[in-house]
Design a protein around this ligand. Sequence first.
Ligand code: TUI
Length: 307
Amino acid sequence: MKTRITELLGIEYPVIQGGMAWVGEYHLASAVSAAGGLGIIGAASAPPEIVREQIREVKKRTDKPFAVNVMLMNPNADEVAKIVIEEGVKAVTTGAGNPAKYIPAWKEAGVRVIPVVASVAMAVMLERTGADAVVAEGMESGGHIGQTTTFSLVPQVADALKIPVVAAGGIADGRGMAAAFMLGAEAVQMGTRFVASKESIVHDNYKEKLIKASDIDSVVTGTSTGHPIRVLRNKMTKEYLKKEAEGATLEELEQLTLGSLRNAVMDGDVVNGSVMAGQISGLIKDVPSCEEIIRTITADAEKLLKI
Ligand code: TUI
C-alpha cells in the first residue's frame, strides 16, 4: 500500500503507532518499525536523557525509520525537540499543543514533521508553518483528546490541506482503516490496538482490562480543567467525575491522577490508576504481535478498498 505517507517516511505500510506516554517505549516502537510501520517513542514527560536512551535502544534493534512524539505540555519539550535533531531521528509527531515554534529547526535538520491536530484551524496553520503531514485525531482516541469525532474531522482536514493526512481515533481493524482511507486519509495511527500487542510492555492487568472493555466503558475526565482525557472507567474515574461534578479545584483533581498512568501501565493498578484507552477498546479481543496487527489490518483494508 503505497501512499504519500509511506513515501514521505520510507515505510512499507501506512500504519503509525500512537506516541503513548509510558507505553511507547523502545520495545513497542522497534517492533512496529521492524514490521514495516512507523514506531514511535512517546517522550511524554520523561526526562530528556531517558528519551535519548530510548532512541538509541530503538536504533540497536532496527534500521527502519521510527519517530519521537513530543508532548507539548511537557516543560522539557524544548530539550526533547533538540535531542530529536542531535540523534538524527527521521520524523517527529507532536501532541497536546501547538508545535509551530519547533518546526523551522526540525525542517532545517531534515526531520519530517507530523503534528497531531484535533481541529481544521490548527491543521491549516501548521501546513502554512511547514508541517509535512498531519495526524487528524478524533475524540474516540484514548488519552488527551479534542472535541470532534474522527468521522467528521478527517474529511474536513483532508479537504482543507494539500499535505497528506493520517487518521487516528477509533481505528483498530481493516474496516476502520478502509473507512479512514475513504474519508481522505493516507495512513492510520493506532494507539489502543498496539497497547494490546505481544511486544507492548504494559502490565497484563492493563491488557486484560482492555480486552474485557465494552463499547461504553471509556469516560472522559478533566473536561472542566481544559485537559480532557479518555480512560477506561474504574474506581478512580468514578471518584474523579463525582468530584468534578461537585466543582472540585484543579489541585484536588490532580491529586487523584498524580502518577496514575504509570501506576496502571507499570504496576497494573487498574483500579486507582489511569487506564488510557480509546472507544474502540470493545473491538479488541486478542493480543497479537505488532507484525500480525500490521499485516492483518493492511490486508483486510486493501481487500475492502478494491471492492
Ligand atoms: O496528545 C495526545 N494524547 C495524549 S498526550 C498525553 S500525556 C498527558 N497526560 C496527562 C495530561 C495531559 C497529557 C496523553 N494523551 N493526542 C494528540 C492530541 N493533540 N489530541 C489533541 C491534541 C491537541 C489539542 C490542542 C493538539 C493541539 C491543540 O492545540 C491547542 C492550542 O491551541 O495550543
